[in-house]
Structure formats: structure tokens, C-alpha cells
Ligand binder design. Structure first.
Ligand code: AMP
Length: 589
């Protein structure tokens, strides 16, 4: 049923077909997962000795959801640890697990092991090709062109039991599927494998930029996993362009690249090109005066679009990305996680703010826990949401918010992903999801609860006032300080440009007044939450945070700035780099 090797029209036709009958495809998907794994220890514990072959698929679906409980990562962790430690029996899957992925952990502050199988890179290839097929209908690209990809593998290592571990993106870049993708789509990354897997993100970024410029005429689009990487790379470019031009003119490679394998691979590709170097220099001089507005079309004149995840915690980078891209369209990329791919963007012409993801019903078995935001009865609330019983994909309702639950081919059963989504509509019979936030990521002091999305909205409003001073927000995070009395929120900003303390005070007041959460409003009025504090951190602080995460095994490709943190190391970086503090004074809400 699933197309392993087929053309763009075939893959779209296949998707149209499976989404027409999404409900029954889901029942079949669950049946296949259970047929493959029904004898494993975890399922036996809940399902006993059911003879799968003898049970009708629909009956199996209701048996499964009534007998197997919902699970968090913590519930499955003991099983995953046994696998990591080398136990080889059928614990979660019948097929042995030889590779483990690390989910980025930047959202929950802790990295988690998740099983990775061939199926994982196959679905990655499948969703990339499906998305590419939808994109090429709107933005056709030339065959044989190149892609400027800001992608990074991180270190792979062995667990105690000898399994290979690393991030899912790292496993994918090392898989045969990644090579098939390049060959099938006949468009190649500008950088060779040695650059992608150098293990030093600064050196990789320099080489991505250099090779991207060297092949600039051929670049058809610019991409990265998360939009953050593109923005960071162009921020680096603002400082590096003169050095890059020397390398292009002379066919040399800057001394900052000191990894022999990377040096050799890059020097084998480039050759002196003084005409191109002069052209880039002239463009950059012009761009500097424009504060780098339109950098992408100027330097990559054939780039048709910029493609990356721009939703969720990436939204704050859109403003900066739009400056670089000018008229070049921004296309928001797919929705997935280390645990499973989820949905594809079938409307690539929509601006990132309006993008939804059509669930691919063959990838995993999806359930949806209806969530209701709590406004009044705080004593009953343990989270900021009340939940109903999970429903299957075929029963979701437009306008309703849900937490996603996954049953995967890789041994996760009724696993709560922790993402909150809203059903925005349907593509045939499959829901189109709007990503709302990570459920656990909430800023709270007492009865107040603010999600990542709430915080984003507040910061967006506060930072609008920076434009008066011609300054801009580079990045932000927050912390609920409960050690002082009364507790209060601290928002950390890194900004570009000089801003008077008076203006910062206005920004801070604006943010304080923009939290609409009832718990916050009530607590601020009664002063059981103190005035909001805005701390300005010095230039480069968020880069230090990124380096801290990368040093702890995260891959740049998967990095997401934590929007709220209690991590001691992070807080000490932030506090050491704080240059100014302002408080919101009057609270009139
Ligand atoms: P990881 O833990 O590194 O596997 O990251 C997966 C998480 O990244 C998901 O659970 C989401 O919270 C977030 N994410 C992935 N894709 C998107 C997207 N297209 N839009 C918003 N958030 C996303």
C-alpha cells in the first residue's frame, strides 16, 4: 500500500487515497503494529494471550484501547533502559532494537531515549517526499539544482548494552534513506557528509555558508530542520562574510576550520572564483546598509523558497527570517517528533502562522485526548487543562484542543506525546492539526498557568515597543521565581541595538498587562504574584545556551530554545550575563 519508490504524482495520489479512508486505515495500522508485536512482554502484560489473527481489526482496536493504559515516557523508561543495557528479548518489539534516539529534551529540560528502527528513517523519507511533492506543485524547482541545508549530525555513541544512540536526525543522515532522498529528488545538499557530521556546529555552519555561496547560482531552496538554525547561520554570516569572500576568491579555507576530514572534503569541492567573490562583496556592502534586509534573494537569486519548521517555539524567529527572505516565500515544514512523524503541510502556499498539518494515518496509530482549558475552579486543577477520554482519529472535532497519544511501530504503546494541538479542519478524512504548545511547558507561580503560546503572545506585544528604538528582540526565555516572596515571573531578553531603560520599563509593563490567564490576573491584583521582571542579557547569551545543550548531546538540527526554564546551569548562564533589570510597577488590570 505504501509507496517506497514512486514519482511525485504517485505519492500524492497515495496520500489522497489513505486520507479518504483515514479511519479504517488507522484501524489497519493498529492491527499491523499489534500483529508485528503481540508477543512482546509489554503487550502481554496488558493483553494476555489474545490470538490476534482471530480477532477482527475493529474489535481489536476497542480491546486495545480498553486494556492497554495510557503511558508517559516515565512509564516506558524502565523497559527502554533494559533494552539500552543490552537485554535482547522481545520487550517492546519483536524485532530487536539496535538503535536509540535522543529526543531533543530542550523542551522538557531532559533528554529521553526512544527506540529507533528502519521504519523511522523510512517514514522520514516518505514524509519528506510527500511534502516535496506538494511543494513542487506551488513552487516548482529545477531538477539537478542544489539545496542549501543547514543540517547537523551530532555524536553517535554506544549505550551500556552496545546499542547505537544519538539524535533521530543523526540516525537519518547516516541512513540509506537520506542518500535515496538526494538521488530520487535529484537535488543535492551543497555540503558533503563530512560537513554535516563534523560534530562542531560552528565549523559546519561556516562550511554550509561557504559551499552555499560557492554554488549560489544553483541553489533552489534554503532549509534546516528548525528555523532557528537558518536565523543563527545568517546572524553568523553578518560577521563572517569578509572571510568567506576571501575563501571564495582564493579557493582557500579559513583557519577556523581545523578538522582535517572537513578541510579535505571542502577543499576538494571549491576552487578560486574571484568574479563570484567580488559579486558577493558588493552585495554584502549594500546589504549592510539595509541591515541585511533581503539577504537571501540577493545572494541566492534562484532560491524559490525557505523551508523549515516555523511553527510552535520557532514562531519568534519568523520576524528575523522574513527580513532575510524579503519576497522569498517562507514554507513551514512538517510536524513530527523523535517518537513518530505526525502530519504534513499540504498547503505550502500558506504563511507559517496559518499552517496546519494533515495527519498521515499510516505512520502510527493516533489517539487524541480532548482538553478543556480551565478558567474558574482552580482547586480542581492539577494542570491547566481538564481531560476527557481519548478518541480515535475518526472522531476528532474541529475547534477542539487535544493532546496527542501515539502507538508506534517502534514499541511505544498509547504513549502521551505531551503536545497540544487543535483540529483546524480536515484533509479528506484526516484531521489537519494546528500546533498549540508543549503541554508541560508552563510558567506558574501558584494558581496561574501560562503555556508557551501565551508567553509568546505576551513577548510579541512587549517587544513591539522596541521598534521605537530601532532595536529588535533576538531571543527570549523565562523563569518562575518562587524563591522570593511573593513569587514572580522573570523574562530574559537578548536584544540587538541600544534601548533606554525607560523604554524597557514600558516593555515590561506591557508584558505584565498582556498575560490574560485569569490566575495570573487575580494573583497580580492581590499581589500574591509580584511585579514582572525583565532582565536584559548580553549579546551571545543564547548562543552560550545552545552550546551548553550541544555539549550535552543535543544536535543543533533539533535545538529549540526552552521558553521557560528552571535548569540551574541555564539560569546561571542567564544570570551571569544579565546586564539590566527592570520591573513592571503599577498593575492596573
Ligand atoms: P524532539 O523532542 O526533538 O523530537 O522534538 C519534537 C517536538 O518538537 C514535538 O513534540 C513538538 O513539540 C516540536 N515540533 C516538531 N515539529 C513541529 C512543528 N512543525 N511545529 C511545532 N512544533 C514542532
Amino acid at each position: 500500500m505504501e509507496p517506497s519508490v514512486c514519482g511525485e504524482d504517485d505519492i500524492v495520489r497515495w496520500f489522497e487515497d489513505v486520507t479518504e479512508k483515514a479511519g479504517s486505515v488507522q484501524t489497519q495500522t493498529l492491527w499491523r503494529i499489534l500483529e508485528l508485536n503481540f508477543e512482546v512482554e509489554y503487550l502481554k502484560k496488558w493483553l494476555g494471550d489474545i490470538e490476534i489473527q482471530e480477532v477482527d481489526a475493529c474489535v481489536l482496536e476497542s480491546l486495545y484501547t480498553s486494556l492497554v493504559p495510557l503511558a508517559s515516557h516515565a512509564d516506558l523508561e524502565p523497559y527502554i533502559h533494559r533494552i539500552a543495557n543490552g537485554e535482547s528479548g522481545p520487550i517492546l518489539t519483536k524485532q530487536p532494537i539496535t538503535t536509540l534516539s535522543l529526543s531533543s529534551g530542550t523542551t522538557e529540560g531532559r533528554q529521553k531515549y526512544v527506540p529507533f528502527m528502519r521504519h523511522s528513517s523510512q517514514t522520514t523519507l516518505q514524509i519528506f517526499r510527500l511534502a516535496a511533492a506538494y511543494r513542487s506543485r506551488v513552487y516548482p524547482t529545477r531538477e539537478g539544482g542544489r539545496i542549501l541545508e543547514f543540517i547537523y549530525s551530532s555524536r553517535q555513541f554506544k549505550t551500556k548494552g552496545g546499542l547505537t544512540a544519538g539524535t533521530a536526525t543523526t540516525h537519518y543522515y547516516a541512513s540509506p534513506e537520506f542518500k535515496i532522498k538526494q538521488e530520487k529528488t535529484k537535488s543535492f545538499t551543497c555540503s558533503p557528509e563530512e560537513v554535516i557530521s563534523s560534530g562542531d556546529s560552528k565549523q559546519s555552519t561556516y562550511c554550509h555558508l561557504l559551499l552555499g555561496l560557492f554554488f549560489s547560482e544553483q541553489v533552489e531552496f534554503i532549509t534546516s530542520t528548525f528555523a532557528y538554525s537558518i536565523v543563527q547561520s545568517f546572524i553568523a554570516f553578518e560577521e563572517l562574510w569578509k572571510e568567506l569572500c576571501i575563501d571564495i576568491r582564493d579557493g582557500t579555507l579559513s583557519k577556523r576550520i581545523n578538522l582535517p576530514k572537513v578541510r579535505k572534503a571542502v577543499l576538494d569541492i571549491i576552487s578560486p572564483n574571484p568574479i563570484l567573490a567580488s559579486k558577493i562583496e558588493a552585495c554584502c556592502e549594500e546589504l549592510e546598509d539595509l541591515d541585511w534586509f533581503g539577504l537571501i534573494p540577493k545572494l541566492w537569486p534562484n532560491a524559490k523558497y525557505v523551508y523549515s519548521i516555523m511553527t510552535g517555539s520557532m514562531q519568534p524567529y519568523l520576524k528575523k527570517l522574513r527580513r532575510y527572505a524579503a519576497e522569498v516565500p517562507l514554507v513551514s515544514a512538517e510536524y513530527g517528533s523523535t517518537e513518530s512523524w505526525i502530519g504534513v503541510n499540504v498547503d505550502p502556499c500558506l504563511p507559517p502562522e496559518d499552517v496546519t498539518f494533515a495527519v498521515v494515518p499510516t505512520f502510527s496509530y493516533f489517539e487524541f485526548i480532548p482538553l478543556h482549558r480551565q478558567k474558574q475552579d482552580y482547586n480542581l486543577v492539577i494542570d491547566d487543562f481538564m481531560e476527557d477520554k481519548p478518541v480515535p482519529l475518526s472522531q476528532v472535532k474541529v475547534g477542539q484542543e487535544y493532546e496527542i497519544v501515539l502507538t508506534t511501530f517502534t514499541g511505544l504503546y498509547r504513549y502521551r506525546l505531551g503536545d497540544v494541538v487543535e483540529v483546524a479542519g480536515f484533509h479528506n478524512g484526516t484531521p489537519k492539526l494546528n500546533f498549540i504548545c508543549r503541554r508541560k511547558l508552563i510558567l506558574t507561580v501558584n494558581i496561574d498557568k501560562n503555556t508557551e503560546k501565551d508567553l509568546q503572545m505576551v513577548v510579541e506585544r512587549g517587544s513591539q515597543l522596541l521598534s521605537k528604538s530601532k532595536a529588535e528582540l533576538i531571543d527570549f526565555t523565562s523563569h518562575a521565581d518562587v524563591l522570593t516572596q511573593p513569587g514572580h515571573y522573570i523574562i530574559y531578553w537578548e536584544i540587538k541595538g541600544e534601548v533606554e531603560e525607560r523604554v524597557l520599563g514600558e516593555c515590561c509593563r506591557e508584558m505584565d498587562a498582556s498575560f490574560v490567564d485569569h490566575g495570573y490576573v487575580v494573583s497580580r491584583r492581590s499581589n500574591s504574584i509580584g511585579p514582572l521582571e525583565l532582565r536584559i542579557v548580553e549579546k551571545g547569551t543564547f548562543k552560550k545556551i545552545l552550546e551548553y545543550f550541544i555539549g550535552n548531546g543535543s544536535a543543533l538540527s533539533q535545538f529549540k530554545t526552552p521558553r521557560c526554564t528552571s535548569n540551574k546551569v541555564l539560569l546561571s548562564i542567564l544570570n551571569l550575563c544579565t546586564t539590566k533589570r527592570v520591573y513592571s510597577t503599577a498593575y492596573a488590570n
